[in-house]
Each structure stands twice: as C-alpha cells, then as structure tokens.
Design a protein around this ligand. Structure first.
Ligand SMILES: O=C(O)CCC(=O)C(=O)O
Ligand SMILES: [Fe+2]
Length: 340
C-alpha cells in the first residue's frame, strides 16, 4: 500500500510523482513586503472610512485580515488546540471518521478524480455545520470530548460574523443591507474544514493546496498561530498572508463575485509547504442555499457595467464538475454576449 502523507513526512521521504506540481517553483520571491494584505476592523464598520477600506480590499485583492471581531485571543487558541488535538490522535482513531471514497465529508486526503491529478500535501477533516439537518454527527470526533460542543459554539459565532460582513459588504456598495445576505436564504450552507499540513522535504516541488478560488460566498479562515503557508495572488504576485494570531483571514468566494456582478474579486490562493513545521488552519465556508437561484444584484448592473453572470443554482455542483474537467467554473456561468 502507498505510504500516507504523514508517514512520508515523518520519514522525510522524497515526495512521489503524484505530488509534484510541474513547471513551477514555489520558493518564489515573496511580495508581502510590497503588497500588504488589507486589515479591516469589524468594530469600525459603522463608519464610512472603514466601509470604504472594506470595499477597496474586496475590489482589489478579494481578501483581508479581520480584527475587532469580538473573539478573544485565548478563545481562538482553544479552537486551534481542538484541531491539533484531533490531528495528534493515532491514525486508527482518526480513521473512525474517514471520508467515504466518493464523498467529501469526513477525514482524509484528496478525493482522487483523475490519474493526472496532482495531490495536495495535506489532511483534512470536513464537516457540514448548517443547516443543522445536514449534519452527519457520526463523523464528528468524539475525542477531544468537547470537540462537537466547541465547534458548534464557534460556528454560531462565525455565522453571525459572516452575516454582519455580508450586510457591511452591501452597505459599502450603497446597496440595501440584505442585497447579498438575502440571496443566501434561510437554509444557507456552512462547512468547516480543518486543514493539517505535515512537514515536507520538498517545498520547492509540492503544495499543501494547489491554486484555487473558493466556491463559497465567503470564507473565514483561522490560520495557524505561528506557521505561515497561505499565499494569495494579487496583480500576478504570490503574496504570503502573514500570521496574525488574533485575526481571521476573510476570502471572497466565487458566488460573491457572481452576486456582486464581478465588482468583488474571488481570490486565487494556494498553500505552500515547509521543511520545518507542521501547519494547521480552520476554514469556514458559507454558501447560498443550493436550491435558491443567485444572481448579480440589480443595483450593480447598468450600461457601463452590463450584467456579467446568469442566474445560477447549485453552484457547488457546477464547480465540482468543472474541477473534474479542468475548466474554470466562473467562466461557465458568464454571459458571453451583452449586446442585447
Ligand atoms: O490552509 C489555508 O490557509 C487555506 C486552505 C484553503 O484554501 C481551503 O481550505 O480552501
Ligand atoms: Fe481555499
């Protein structure tokens, strides 16, 4: 049987060919000193100044670091600790929550859809959180014993932060507060993904996560407290997102690019590996109810900015299909001809 990423990591093995990303080198020039990631204080979003900063962050970069969100430093440490405790369990225990071959929920590595697929140097635990009826509690870890309770509490806090952000995003464009949030519907989806990146002997050839945009509406990411790895593509430069222990990274996803008629940018990002330290992150994805149609907000369409995207349902499925076929999902929902 092929060795697992964890076994290879511990042995310091040379990564096998399926993990090697061709035609690229990741020890690239780091542009973070030149292109800073915007920082937005959520407690100031009632002021016009901060709102304009938010708008500018989302129209240029498509991501920012969120501070002033009301969750304490020690609380965030506890959440990170929960993730670390789970990943530190013996493999046998973690396998109790293993992802089924054709599913994405549960514990494991990449779902393999083609022989040509380049594999990510990572482990994940993906769990559906909202709507509550979608939860598969058999996949929620029993150890640490407070895992479910803590995750549930954290998810509720993140959900209200996301709702507040979606309202603020609408206000920043002089729209009705509910212009984006209402499109998510009462049954909007939330998914938690715990990512774990073991050390890798060849960070120059292997990625923790390949370049992608999130299919979500928005993504709120709790980064590792110390170990960097996330990079975002801004103006054709890969920029490292610095660790800020008390901040969340907020990434705009594809579905908000659609709803904002392309004004807000869904950010391309990737995760690099390193030889020294393992890294963890916890990504919370918020998506509109797949049964509801989403569309560019009317107030963002005019003659100078014609409608860019058609009405879309079940974007998650479209995105997955495109991923398998090597297509860019957003391109397939674009309106090609705006002349009539
Ligand atoms: O680990 C990270 O910092 C980012 C993970 C990510 O992009 C994802 O889970 O979609
Ligand atoms: Fe992502």
């Amino acid at each position: 049987m092929a060795k697992s990423v964890q076994q290879m990591s511990m042995g310091g093995d040379e990564p096998p060919s399926q993990y090697i990303v061709k035609g690229n080198s990741f020890v690239s020039k780091d542009s973070s000193a030149l292109i800073p990631i915007p920082i937005i204080d959520l407690s100031l979003l009632s002021s016009e100044g901060e709102l304009q900063k938010l708008r500018s962050a989302l129209t240029s970069a498509g991501c920012f670091q969120a501070i002033g969100h009301g969750m304490s430093s020690s609380y965030l440490d506890k959440i990170r600790e929960l993730a670390k405790q789970f990943f530190a369990l013996p493999e046998e225990e973690k396998q109790k929550y293993a992802r089924a071959v054709n599913e994405s929920e549960g514990y494991g590595n990449d779902r393999v859809v083609s022989d040509k697929q380049v594999l990510d140097w990572s482990y994940r635990l993906s769990l559906r959180i909202f709507p509550e009826k979608n939860r598969r509690l058999s996949l929620w870890p029993k150890i640490p014993s407070d895992f479910s309770e803590k995750l549930e509490e954290f998810s509720a806090k993140v959900k209200s932060m996301m709702d507040y952000l979606l309202r603020s995003m609408a206000r920043s464009l002089n729209l009705e507060e509910g212009s984006f949030l209402d499109q998510f519907g009462e049954e909007s989806l939330m998914l938690a993904r715990f990512n774990f990146y073991p050390r890798c002997s060849r960070p120059d050839l292997v990625l923790g996560v390949k370049p992608h945009t999130d299919r979500s509406g928005i993504t709120v990411l709790l980064q590792d407290k110390e170990v960097e790895g996330l990079q975002v593509l801004i103006d054709d430069n890969w920029v490292s997102v610095p660790t800020m222990p008390d901040a969340f990274v907020v990434n705009l996803g594809d579905q908000m690019q659609i709803m904002s008629n392309g004004i807000f940018k869904s950010i391309m990002h990737r995760v690099v590996t390193n030889t020294e330290n393992m890294r963890m992150s916890l990504a919370m994805f918020n998506e509109p109810d797949p049964e509801k149609e989403i569309r560019p907000v009317e107030g963002l369409i005019d003659e100078s900015r014609p409608r860019l995207y058609r009405n879309v349902k079940c974007y998650g499925d479209i995105n997955y299909q495109c991923y398998q076929e090597g297509k860019i999902a957003l391109e397939t929902v674009k309106i090609e001809d705006n002349s009539d």
